[in-house]
Design a protein around this ligand. Structure first.
Ligand code: SER
Length: 318
């Protein structure tokens, strides 16, 4: 029987992935953890513990006492927040990963999942259909920590046989939680503003293309990768992953089809330089070939689904 520990479970990805893991493995076998006790209310369907991943002893005790067999380590400082305090972002993103990898080695865990990102790419990377293997040279501290993390993951797999698996997520778009400090987050926020009848102030230029993915595809890709036979997972740094690519103007036009009087204005800020350093689109042929990856959602299908379901996020306004 698997016992699954989710670190950073109350975040944008964790809020949805933890539910899917509980549906798959049973809520009694999933332990959601996050920094704050207030997060407990989100996890009525599984177990919950307060945990600071930087407290290595507390993490070790939990893994040992609960006989944890898999860790999903989702806690991280994202790109825009990371630029405000680079040393803290580096410390948290790297130390926490090393804690998890060390415990995976010590307790011979069955599997570890750790998300990487399109942020591993930089200004010298080919921008269109960015290949799996190419120049990286990220220039955000978030991207630097993800690239270094990928190397650590591969190292622990090669040296210590730790079955660690990873995906380079594009910008993730979901309606079940608010985003937390990323550059791609405008594409979440825009739906909230459209629904509220407010004008959207976009912090990127209208023609700034970025790779993006709807949350159900992100969950599917993660579960597919984690359930793939060990020998199918040929890349142990992190897999390129793709679903769609659009600009602020295109997501705005997609929303206009449902909300014709929605207004937008563009005021690029420091996040524009981050977006400019990342790919426009991603070649994910390795993920498709190795474990059968295929996305379900394009932009218009995602927009229709979000605008139908987003009111559930605001029960008091219904
Ligand atoms: N969505 C992330 C960010 O914008 C990239 O992985 O920081």
């Amino acid at each position: 029987m698997e016992k699954i520990l989710v670190i950073g479970a109350a975040g944008q990805l964790g809020s949805e992935l933890t539910k899917s893991l509980s549906d798959l493995f049973g809520g009694e076998n999933v332990i959601a953890t996050d920094l704050q006790e207030v997060a407990r209310v989100k996890f009525g369907y599984c177990r919950f513990e307060v945990l600071d991943v930087m407290n290595k002893e507390a993490l070790r005790d939990l893994v040992k006492e609960e006989k944890v067999s898999q860790i999903y380590h989702l806690a991280a400082v994202l790109s825009a927040t990371g630029e405000k305090n680079p040393l803290f972002a580096w410390h948290l993103n790297m130390e926490s990963l090393l804690h998890v990898l060390e415990l995976a080695k010590e307790f011979k865990l069955d599997k570890v999942y750790w998300p990487s990102s399109i942020a591993v790419f930089g200004p010298n990377t080919p921008k269109v259909n960015t290949p799996q293997y190419c120049v990286k040279e990220p220039n955000t501290i978030y991207g630097i920590s993800k690239q270094a993390g990928e190397r650590w993951c591969e190292y622990y797999f090669q040296k210590y046989n730790v079955d660690v698996r990873s995906l380079r997520y594009p910008g993730l778009i979901g309606y079940k939680s608010l985003p937390g400090g990323g550059t791609t987050d405008y594409a979440v926020d825009i739906y909230h503003k459209a629904l509220a009848g407010e004008k959207f102030n976009c912090f990127l230029r209208e023609d700034s293309y970025l790779p993006m993915m709807y949350m159900p595809d992100a969950i599917k890709s993660t579960l597919d990768l984690m359930s793939a036979p060990r020998e199918s997972v040929k890349i142990r740094s992190s897999y390129n992953l793709s679903a769609m690519s659009f600009s602020p103007k295109e997501i705005y036009q997609s929303i206009l089809k449902h909300i014709p009087d929605f207004k937008i204005e563009y005021n690029p800020d420091f996040r524009q330089a981050i977006a400019d350093s990342w790919p426009d689109s991603i070649d994910d042929s390795c993920a498709r070939a190795d474990w059968g990856w295929k996305p379900d959602y394009d932009l218009d299908r995602m927009t229709a689904d979000i605008l139908k379901n987003l009111p559930d996020f605001y029960p008091s306004k219904k």
